[in-house]
Design a protein around this ligand. Sequence first.
Ligand code: ADP
Ligand code: MG
Length: 624
Amino acid sequence: MGVIRLLPKETIDKIAAGEVVVNASSVIKELAENSIDAGAKHIYILTKAGGKKLIRVIDDGCGMLREDLPLAFTRNATSKIYDDISAISSLGFRGEALSSISYVSNVTVVTRSEKEELGTRAEVVSNEIVSTEDIACTVGTTIEVTDLFYNFPARLKHLGTDQSENRAIVDITSRIALSHPEISFTLACDDRNIFSTSGNSNMLSAINSIFGRRFSEGLIPVEFENKPLKVKGFISSPNFIDPKSAERILILNGRYIRSDVITKAVDSVYMDYYSKTGAGYVLFVELPYQMVDINIHPAKTTARFLNESLVIMLIRQGIRDRLKDAFALKERVPSVKDEEEKDPFEKLEEAYVPQAEQTPERPAEHSLGERPLQQSAARPAAAERAVPKVVSAPSMLDPGSFTSGEGASAQQDAPLRAPKPETLSKDIFLKLKNMRHIGNAFGLYALIEDADTLYIIDTHAAHERVLFERYRDSFLSGNVGVQELLVPVTCELSRKQFSAAMDNVSLFESLGFTIEEFSDSGIIIRSVPVFLSGTDCAERVRGIIDELLEYPLSATDIARRNDVIIKRACHNAVRGAQNISSGEVEELLQQLYECEMPFTCPHGRPVIGKISEKYFMKVFERIQ
Ligand code: ADP
Ligand code: MG
């Protein structure tokens, strides 16, 4: 007896009706899901002309019995039985994919169940099997869909170009493959291999196969359980936020879905701590079915969380905790090959080449270490210019980043391996206090030496972090120390700025600024927070006003708005960070230890880096 039965009418009615086939990628999604349900270990997906001409999905799953074939193409017939209607609707098993697909295209099936000696080849036209024949084949199913929407010219016209359909195909297949790292997926479009996953169950290897090393190497693992939410996956390392290569993938209860809500939640955490959005993530989220409504979209690629604010809070909390105490770094001793290409000594010699013979500078590839000495010393405001350059390297605490500049490109040839984030706890700052401060480079970078490592602190970034957190904490506890100005400062504003200032006098008060109306477009500043005394207070007030115009009082996330304002107030407010003494370094390390997020400045730039002795030894050819 066959295993396919009709769903009870009652169930059919309860399940939201919807058109399954909207384009080629929706066909692929349904066929691939059937292959997964059939227990396939390998799934090959081939398309031609954006799937309009051909979609072929080959699997090595359980196959179908010949007698079941007609039912497989009957609407609402399924072999998948669920007692719980909510499980059916959230998983989307509705028994209508094959019938819908065969309604709008020509379908050929080749299938064999292990229970049968011979396979069956069948042609299907509008849900009807029009021919069947025996065929010798292995166990599994191949479904070939040709001439999509040939009988629906209006629909055909609404399909995108081949390229845009291809993009959607790659997108959907990637997501499916990611949600099943235990299955090997191959996607080929127009005879071009797009990706192949190994099916070895290794999530990172799947991410790498699909999205490439540039994205996968910048990820750090994350895992947390904030009841009732369970999350496992990867997020961008704070040092490797690259909105251009970032992917945002959510796999909710085993289903890949789109969720702007989650992207926003993730973005907001990185924004709070690193002032950057665009972090990537691949998150496997488990939530009780009752908390999700996946069926709001018939193609089931979006979901609505029934308690959205709770989900956002739990996700934010988990990611925040991951980023908070731990700073991810990848230890990468440069390979000999790297050094041959980027030997700092070679670059130093270059500096002595007579001016006329000098080759043009290659700014993108150069990093601090490679720049001719006199050039870096001569650069004005080295702090402001040099720091961001290093930040863009994948890991500040990565010896390679000092010679490889953008870092990522130098890693391109490195064999893939899981990023092994060394979890640095804040204790590092206490340990550093007991090491030797051997001086400051360029007046800015404190050099601290341990047995086999040279640590480097960007004292400017460090001071800014300390200042920011102290100011923020005292603001939150309502006691910002205030300093009266001996000579009040007047500040001319635009109309818009002026009214924003006047609307927020009490907020300024709690920030430590006493401001009063002075003229019809000017204010007078009578006192400033002690944290910021001695800095250009009119500049600070203007900065705050500009942030207020962006984030008005009505902003929903007050905590975030306050953070932004205080960050702005602290911007460039650090004084005396040049050439600090050993005693001051010690004090600074203690202050960093007391910070909540000591590894970056409020704007996301790294505070600490290191170079291993081994690296020096390689450079000086003491070791290979
Ligand atoms: P559903 O997946 O909701 O059951 P479909 O129309 O997608 O509905 O498929 C109908 C039935 O056809 C499935 O329940 C399954 O028994 C069978 N089927 C479809 N594709 C495959 C496949 N690749 N391998 C084995 N059986 C399949
Ligand atoms: Mg199906």
